[in-house]
Design a protein around this ligand. Sequence first.
Ligand code: GDP
Length: 252
Amino acid sequence: MGNRFFIVNISSAIFDRSAPDLDSCPDESLPEFAFIGRSNVGKSSLLNMLAGKGILARVSTTPGFTKLINFFTMSKTWRLVDLPGYGFAAGAKHERARFNQAVARYLKHRPNLCCVFALLDSGLAPQEIDLEFVEWLARNSVPFVLVFTKTDRGTPEETAANIAAFTARIAGWFEKLPEIYRCSATTAQGRSELLAVIGATLDAGPAISEPMPTPMTLPPEIEPPFSMRVRAGNVREENPRGKMKFKGSRPW
Ligand code: GDP
């Protein structure tokens, strides 16, 4: 997937804060890389595998923290952002709406968000909630890559079939498919590749870059398409992402 030589080295991982909403996030001085997926997709295990320490997973799985946006400062130079999972019906309606709005607002309006790692379970056939989430990312021009987790579980054929089925479902939405990574927290497959995505972005440094492309062929009139929707009445502001860009913020 491209020529990437700089694998970011994680020398420290320090918990910064848990934010309930966009306004509570840290300042925008560091590039951010966010991880998100359905509950049980293997996010905590993957973060642990990436960072090589227990600190990330411990915070991420502590009750109460799982619905917040958790920020970790990595090697003093970038932030790893652990986003709440989507697609489970926990919490009261009001609570859920707030939580959904916070994540949606973070994804849409955070100017220093460089890349979202959208986690998908490689052992499952395409799930509607995941498809809708990917569509939502595309529609909102959020930079992302797809990460298929738990690749050690199924046979290579099963994994390949599930990935092919997923990409077949989304292929029509893009001129060029998002990058795809295969990962296992058990075997550490994919670790250097994901760190290379981050490294390439950091290496590129801050720069003015072109706006994100808008997918051409999304079906109309289904915004917002999935349960992580922003409540009605929340009008989208001008995209502040144009103000501050990282050259590598669009890794596909
Ligand atoms: P989260 O809810 O997304 O944070 O998921 P967890 O990291 O807690 O993982 C959910 C379940 O999947 C746990 O039972 C993990 O042991 C298992 N799991 C996570 N990653 C892997 C993996 O790469 N390989 C295998 N075989 N199991 C995994």
